[in-house]
Design a protein around this ligand. Structure first.
Ligand code: AGP
Length: 622
């Protein structure tokens, strides 16, 4: 959600900023803008609604904007509609129009996050003579910094610190001050922001891909910390204005990992990267051939003493939790509750002692998941984060971290990060069961071997993707699709349904198959597509019966099951098989055809697969 970039150095800034913004497009946006300075007191501000290409056209790919210091932004609207006037950057000076053109303003800034008390702050600033041209909370925060800067005649860092004490909410901010040419000031709380220094230049960005071409060494600014970014140099400050040292983190993945690498879309590339993501994640949890959680810092004593596990997450990560619930309870006998982070944070559910809270998040920045983690820590729970992005806020704030090794995921619809999370939770379940003596050593070895075989089985499914492509062309005009299953098959249905709706815009629902006749079956009409997930031996016949009930009301049926269950072809219109594995681990295989189904349906409908409308990759607002 929203992307921020900044550059100061010897080169022309605007082309570098546009290139960086292009790498952040996956975050989701509806308008974009740049502010560039050439050393004078003036800043050139250019904004455009819609695609980044409009901004690039307006500035001749950035070449028309002179200046070697600048900031850029892609905006995902929160306060105020997606329009020129609300697009960033915003300026502190009173001006008419949209705050763009050549402006002489003490402060110019871009922001990612939400300022919760912006209305109250706006009133205060109005009383002090400030005028506002936009509906954004960002204009308020830029003007608030300006207010402190001018009222107390203090430097940028002190003005920013006063602002940080006064505002509530989340922010990553990049600001330029008229009196400090060639410098960018940054501050953050709960929204991502990184800084990289290379030779005689320095870069800011919301995420690594935007600056990876220039440097692999990055700094993660902490909450309520500020930075002064100069060519070739960065200085960090705490809330008192005292200088602090921050460690540098080396990014280990290649720039190519964040490129399409010959695939038509990031999503298709990431679907194909799943064997590697699963293999690498599993490898990171194997020590001498045995599953181990030692690197997370979770001790065997903690695992043995657990009375309950609470899994908290959003979207697909929550679906991973739903699947893990069945596996952990079945293998290890530990009760599991799975909560939506957005609900958990406002509930006051009593929590039994010896509860481990597991937060699952690809980005490690999802606002609701982060807030839930903080609530759990306040309640004194031990916390484990299952996170893909190294150094992200959730990873830094949890007691223990289990990193999935999926590499950068760019497509908004998650695929490889989901699969990496799933295998990580399966490994956790097996290790938990082993440590608690819930299963024999032979069973632990058998399950470990089954997990190790998953990547090759995913590859085999991918080799047969043409069938799904053909089927998706038949269903691309569907109005409604229902995904049904029981137990783990219900968890897979949830993910299959989300994959379909988020990128194809076809209405779809996932239902526990037994629930259909309690209301949903009234929605079944002639030719409504019902996808039945039928991988669990004990539940197979039950779900087939529920599908037959849909068929009797005109539904068109697709069955998804494991090789060997060929009798299903008598009951459904189209069947997809995945290789056999232990029943606990089938979601890792069954989800692949459903990802492909969503992908090809989106392609067949001519939609923007990687950047679906209204969605953002990392949801950093509540
Ligand atoms: C799934 O395709 C979505 N992009 C979304 O549901 C996502 O899983 C959710 O927003 C959670 O994100 P996180 O894993 O980064 O916390």
């Amino acid at each position: 959600m929203c992307g921020i970039v900044g550059y100061t150095g010897p080169s022309q800034a605007a082309p570098i900023l546009l290139e960086g913004l292009a790498k952040l497009e996956y975050r989701g946006y509806d308008s974009a803008g740049l502010a560039v300075r050439d050393g004078s007191a003036l800043a050139e501000v250019v904004k455009a609604t819609g695609k980044l290409a409009h901004l690039a056209d307006k500035t001749d790919q950035g070449r028309a904007l002179p200046g070697t210091c600048g900031i850029g932004h892609t905006r995902w609207a929160t306060h105020g509609d997606p329009s020129m006037v609300n697009a960033h950057p915003h300026v502190s000076g009173n001006c008419s129009g949209s705050g763009s053109g050549t402006v002489e303003s003490d402060v110019v800034g871009v922001h990612n996050g939400i300022i919760e008390n912006f209305a109250e702050l706006k009133d205060k600033l109005l009383r002090h003579g400030y005028q506002f041209y936009s509906d954004t909370d960002t204009e308020v925060v830029v003007k608030l910094v300006d207010y402190y800067y001018n009222k107390y005649r203090i430097g940028p860092v002190d003005a920013i610190n006063r602002m940080m004490v006064r505002v509530r909410g989340s922010y990553a901010l990049a600001l330029m001050f008229k009196d400090y040419p060639g410098e960018i000031y940054a501050a953050r709380k709960d929204s991502p922001l990184i800084i990289g220094v290379a030779d005689d230049a320095a870069y800011l960005a919301s995420d690594v891909p935007a600056i990876l071409k220039h440097t692999r060494s990055v700094y993660y600014i902490g909450n309520q910390q500020a930075a002064r970014v100069c060519p070739g140099q960065v200085t960090f400050y705490d809330l008192n204005g005292d200088e602090i040292q921050l460690p540098q983190t080396e990014i280990t993945w290649d720039a190519e990992a964040a490129e399409k690498g010959g695939y038509e879309h990031f999503m298709l590339k990431e679907i194909h990267e799943q064997p590697a993501a699963v293999r690498d994640t599993l490898k990171s949890l194997l020590k001498d051939g045995a599953l181990s959680l030692a690197d997370t810092g979770l001790t065997d004593e903690t695992l043995q003493g657990l009375g309950q596990i609470e899994i908290v997450a959003c979207g697909s990560a929550w679906h991973v939790g739903m699947a893990a619930q069945y596996v952990i309870e079945d293998l290890a006998g530990v009760p599991v509750r799975v909560e939506l982070a957005s609900e958990y944070r406002y509930r006051n559910a009593p929590v039994p002692k010896n509860t481990l809270m597991v937060v699952i998040s690809q980005s490690g920045e999802t606002a609701d998941s982060l807030a839930a983690l903080r609530v759990a820590r306040e309640r004194g729970l031990e916390t484990l984060a299952v996170v893909n992005v190294i150094g992200s806020t959730i990873a830094r704030e949890a007691d223990h971290v289990l990193y999935t090794v999926a590499g950068p995921e760019i497509a908004v619809a998650t695929t490889k990060a989901y699969s990496a999370q799933l295998i990580a939770l399966d490994a956790l379940a097996v290790r938990l069961a082993a440590v608690r003596g819930a299963i024999s050593e032979e069973e632990v070895q058998r399950l470990t071997d089954e997990l190790a075989a998953i990547p090759d089985k995913i590859s085999r499914i991918l080799e047969d993707k043409d069938r799904i492509q053909w089927f998706s062309s038949k269903i691309a005009n569907a109005h409604d699709i229902f995904f049904i299953g029981r137990g783990l098959d219900y968890a897979i249905s949830l993910e299959g349904s989300l994959k379909m709706k988020e990128i194809s815009y076809i209405h779809s629902e996932a239902y526990a198959a037994g629930e259909l006749k309690h209301g949903t079956i009234s929605l079944i009409e002639n030719n409504t597509l019902v996808v039945g997930v039928l991988t669990q031996p004990k539940l197979f016949e039950k779900t087939v019966s529920n599908m037959a009930e849909c068929k009797a009301r005109g539904a068109y049926l697709m069955g998804l099951t494991t090789h060997g269950n060929y009798a299903v072809e008598d009951s459904v219109d189209f069947t997809v098989y995945v290789p056999k594995t232990d029943e606990h681990f089938v979601p890792s295989l069954a989800v692949i055809p459903l990802q492909l189904l969503g992908y090809y349906t989106s392609v067949n409908r001519g939609l923007d697969v990687d950047k679906p409308r209204n969605l953002a990759k990392s949801v950093t607002v509540e």
